[in-house]
Ligand binder design. Structure first.
Ligand code: PMP
Length: 396
């Protein structure tokens, strides 16, 4: 017997599997609604102009090990300002521990590990449903999971009443999507966030925000951080930030994990623990992407350009939501498609059944995850009517 004879094939990732199926399809009409990354109206990935300018500015930089911690600190400082606000007390008073992480996934993974070390008996509460990889990340950190009510299949919106009546024990860890919830596209309103914050305070829950799409829900970076009003109730929150989608830096794996603290002294201790965990997992993070992000965020012109480009991306998605819904309604569909425009961000949780999803793939060459999640970034002016016709065919 050989060393690895007992190793079988790992389960397929539900999201990557969609792209694989799409790639082997030879139809000229094929559409990939699986990927959660932005595409332009030609269906192509985009390199933002602000990123091109930042690349030009840093060209020739020497990525010496001696400057990597300075680059990381600058990056963290700019990232936390983006999410908590540049004038927020936590930032001004240094009441946070921030560390550069391997994109949003890596930030979540680091936090999960931190949680296990310092709250070894705790669980994590996920919204139902949530991004499929959340389950993997906390499982590998050996933190058991539970879910809380979130989505209402009938309204295809938020089940706020059920969310508020959830009965997790006091002092539980909760994962929240601050905007552009994946996979549902359903976000609480500002008023609802306030009520959730109030309830969490009363129950002493810990809110961990997984911010993977800041700017891509409303088109405005600050509005998309509205959930951070939790700070007003004095919560110490944790936050994972990703620049994969809103700066189109997917391949650079650039993200930030921050944990708010009581004071600057505690911040030093927590940061040292996070670094300690990271060091054993992957040494340190790569420097190039972090330098791009901090170059953009710390330069007024480049930042303004980025803000504009984020708005353009979000507007294109919003426009495609409008077109898809209008096309379906024109076809005389009996299904109510209001949720296509009510939901926000990259995803539309269509309500299509797994059978309908399978028919779209086999008969119409349209690919999405079997939960009916469509990435609206895959919808273009050129394919929206074909998509609407096909959805209509499988839903009549
Ligand atoms: N959280 C959520 C909710 C996501 O949708 C994603 C991306 N699919 C991530 C985190 C992490 O993305 P990345 O690691 O590419 O930044």
């Amino acid at each position: 017997v050989g060393w690895w004879d007992h190793v079988g094939v790992a389960p397929k990732d539900p999201i990557n599997g969609v792209t694989e199926a799409f790639l082997v399809d030879c139809s000229p009409n094929k559409i990939n609604l699986g990927v959660g990354a932005y595409r332009d109206d030609e269906g192509k990935p985009v390199v933002l102009q602000c990123v091109r300018e930042a690349e030009a500015k840093i060209a020739g930089s020497e990525f010496l090990e001696s400057i990597s911690s300075a680059v990381s600190s600058k990056f963290v400082e700019e990232s936390v300002k983006l999410v908590y606000g540049k004038d927020s007390d936590v930032v001004n008073e240094g009441r946070f521990s921030g560390i550069q992480a391997l994109s949003g996934t890596g930030a979540c993974r680091l936090f999960a590990e931190f949680q296990r070390r310092f709250y070894p008996k705790s669980r994590i509460y996920f919204p139902h449903p949530t991004w499929s990889n959340h389950h993997n990340i906390w499982r590998d950190a050996q933190i058991p999971e539970s879910t809380f009510h979130y989505y209402h299949p009938n309204s295809k919106g938020l089940n706020f009443a059920a969310l508020m009546s959830d009965n997790a024990p006091d002092g539980s860890f909760f994962l929240l999507h601050p905007c552009a919830h994946n996979p549902t596209g359903v976000d609480p309103t500002e008023e609802q966030w306030r009520e959730i914050s109030c309830q969490f305070k009363a129950k002493n829950h810990f809110p961990f925000f997984d911010m993977a799409y800041q700017g891509l829900a409303s088109g405005d970076l600050d509005s998309d951080a509205q959930a951070i009003i939790f700070l007003e109730d004095g919560h110490l929150i944790g936050c994972a930030q990703s620049f994969a989608k809103n700066m189109g830096l997917y391949g650079h794996r650039v993200g930030c994990l921050s944990v708010l603290c009581n004071d600057a002294k505690q911040a030093v201790a927590i940061k040292s623990q996070l670094q300690h965990i990271a060091r054993a997992m992957y040494g340190g993070p790569p420097i190039h992407g972090a330098l791009l992000v901090s170059t953009i965020l710390s330069d007024l012109d480049k930042k303004a350009l980025w803000v504009k480009e984020v708005k353009t991306m979000a507007s294109r998605i919003q426009k495609m939501r409008g077109s898809l819904r209008a096309c379906l309604e024109e076809l005389g569909s009996f299904v109510n498609w209001e949720h296509i425009t009510n939901q926000v961000g990259l995803f539309c949780f269509s309500g299509l059944t797994a059978d309908q999803v399978d028919r779209l793939a086999t008969e119409f060459h349209i690919y999405m995850t079997r939960d009916g999640r469509m990435s609206m970034a895959g919808v273009t002016t050129g394919n929206v009517s074909y998509l609407a016709n096909s959805i209509h065919e499988v839903t009549v």
